[in-house]
Design a protein around this ligand. Structure first.
Ligand code: ADP
Ligand code: MG
Length: 330
């Protein structure tokens, strides 16, 4: 379907910002894109897949949300590295019946995300999904720039560092719980579903931490605070103690009490928030504001020498925090 493919690419190009300028010397239309990084910057690159029936269900996910979320989840790692997202490449596998109105709605969600994140589309690849088992698949590669080559890594946390988290982890999981129960449509529950469909990224916070040199380690929380904190500790060769009472939880509305959703469990083990988890040497911790441009920053505990992550409960007793976040292969 080469002809059809060309017209799909043309529709993509019309909808999503893709002009050649700045870092992008040559974008869509030739055999490959050409980049021109400014002197002194470092490129940061990542990719991410968003697959029907693995990461989302096409009948519960609005098409706009598929486009928005696919780009948001791929991009989140860039600010988590302290860099600014600039460009992306979009690989698409599409069932024939998804090339009409669904496709335009998906593109409008993706275009909105691209504008919000200040990104342009540099190229991609388009193919039809197998006819026998047609599924939507999006794979997105994101390229960002780190000024002065200053990046944030998972591996720099030291005993005594303070642990911070941005936003309210668990909000995206709360949205997912509502979607999975199938009774919660976007109209009435818009506010609670938004963090799942249209996650916010730490776009300014990551580069700010990197440029100021205040964070010793950082990562985004994609699979859940518990599992991602374990990962950060492992990369740094340290352990952590966090306090249940300090974790900024989402408010579960009284009307949803029957669903028995515990806000602390959502915050500890819920995934897909794309909030930033970062550590700061104690002497610099006072430089971290409580609010960074409408995002709440909260100190939740500290890094310790002894391996493992421990949770201090309301009674002051601590116990091991199991890494129970999202894991595909568990
Ligand atoms: P090739 O057959 O050499 O892979 P394509 O026809 O796939 O070439 O691509 C032609 C141009 O269109 C390239 O610049 C490519 O980056 C761009 N392109 C193809 N698919 C997409 C897509 N899904 N999104 C953005 N650009 C795309
Ligand atoms: Mg191609």
């Amino acid at each position: 379907m080469k002809i059809g493919e060309d017209s799909l690419i043309e529709r993509i190009r019309r909808r999503i910002p893709s002009a050649d300028r700045g870092l992008l010397r040559l974008g869509i239309g030739d055999d490959a894109a050409a980049l021109r990084p400014a002197p002194g910057t470092q490129l940061v690159v990542t990719c991410d897949m968003f697959l029907e029936d693995v990461h989302f269900l096409a009948h519960t996910y609005p098409a706009e949300a598929v486009g928005y979320k696919a780009l948001a989840r791929a991009t989140s790692d860039i600010p988590a590295m302290g860099a600014r997202p600039e460009l992306f490449l979009l690989s698409l596998s599409l069932p024939a019946e998804r090339t009409g109105r669904w496709f335009d709605r998906m593109l409008s969600g993706m275009a909105r995300a691209a504008r919000q994140f200040g990104m342009r589309l540099a190229g991609g690849d388009t193919a039809q999904s197998p006819k026998k088992n047609p599924k939507i698949g999006l794979s997105i590669t994101v390229i960002g720039t780190a000024e002065g080559g200053r990046i944030l890594r998972r591996s720099g946390a030291h005993p005594g560092d303070s642990i911070f988290v941005s936003g309210r982890p668990g909000a995206a999981q709360l949205g997912l719980e509502l979607i999975l129960r199938g009774r919660f449509t976007e109209g009435r529950w818009k506010q609670l579903l938004a963090p799942q469909y249209y996650p916010k990224l730490a776009l300014a916070l990551g580069p700010w931490l990197a440029q100021r040199g205040v964070a010793s380690a950082a990562m985004d929380i994609s699979d859940g605070l518990s599992i991602d904190l374990h990962r950060l500790c492992k990369a740094s060769g340290v352990g952590a103690r966090i306090e249940a009472g300090k974790i900024p939880c989402v408010a579960v509305p009284d009307e949803l009490r029957s669903l028995k959703l515990d806000a602390l469990t959502l915050a500890l083990h819920g995934g897909e928030d794309y909030a930033l988890l970062f550590t700061v040497p104690k002497r610099l911790a006072a430089r971290i504001p409580r609010m960074f441009r409408w995002t709440k920053l909260t100190q939740i505990g500290e890094i310790v020498r002894r391996r493992g992550v421990r949770l201090i409960g309301a009674d002051g007793k601590d116990s091991p925090l199991e890494p129970l976040g999202w894991d595909h292969f568990r």
